[in-house]
Design a protein around this ligand. Sequence first.
Ligand code: ZN
Length: 231
Amino acid sequence: MDQADMIFYGGLHLEGKMTEIFEKLERSKPTVAVSRDIDTSVLRSGENAGGTQYDPHIWFNVKHWISATETISDALANYDPAHGDLYKNNADKYIQQLRELDEEVRMVIAEIPESGRVLVTAHDAFGYFGEAYGIKVMGLQGISTAAEYGSKDVSELRDYLVDNKIKAVFVESSIPTKSMEAVIAGAKEKGHEVEIGGELYSDSLGEPGSDADTYIKMVRHNVSTIINALK
Ligand SMILES: [Zn+2]
C-alpha cells in the first residue's frame, strides 16, 4: 500500500482493524472508501462485538455497487483528469451491465414460490440482498465472521426450518460448514430433511478462472445456486 498511487477499500468497517491504517494513509495519498457516497439512510444497521455501526455487505444490492462504481470513477478522474472521459465512459458501460444484472436478479428470485423464499446462511452477509430482491434472510451468526454463535442460535434456526419446511440452507466460502451441519442434523432428528443448497460467495470473489472471478459472475453464481436449491 505504501507503493500504491491510490487505494480503494470497502469501508463501513468491512476491513475491521485495518480501517485505521486506511485513515492514516488518507493523509498521504488518495484513499477512498467505495461505500462513502451511499446515503446512510439506506444502510442497514449492524451491531456486534467488533463495533460495526452499519452492515458493510453493500455489494449484495447491485444498486449500491452502482454507487460504488460512480465513486471509483469520480476518484480516478480527480486523480488523473487527463483521462477523465475514459474513466467516465468505462464506468457508464459497466453501470449499464449492473442495471441489467439488478433487474435479472429481481426476476430470478421472484421465481421461487413465496413461502420458500427464505435464504438461510451462516453469517448475516445477505441482508441487503434480501431487502433488495424480496427474500427473507436468516443468518446463524451475526454480521461479522468473527462473531460466535451459540447453541440457542442453532436450536432456534433448526426450529424455524422444521416449522416452515425450508428445503435448503447455504454455506459460505468464508465460513466453516460445521455450524450449518449442526443445524441440519438437528432438523433431521425432528424428522425434517434439509440439504446444503450449495456454497455462496459472501465476502470475496472466487479464485481467478472460477465461475465467480468477477463481481457480475459472483452475483450470478449466488443467484443460480439459490434458485436451484429453493425453486
Ligand atoms: Zn461478511
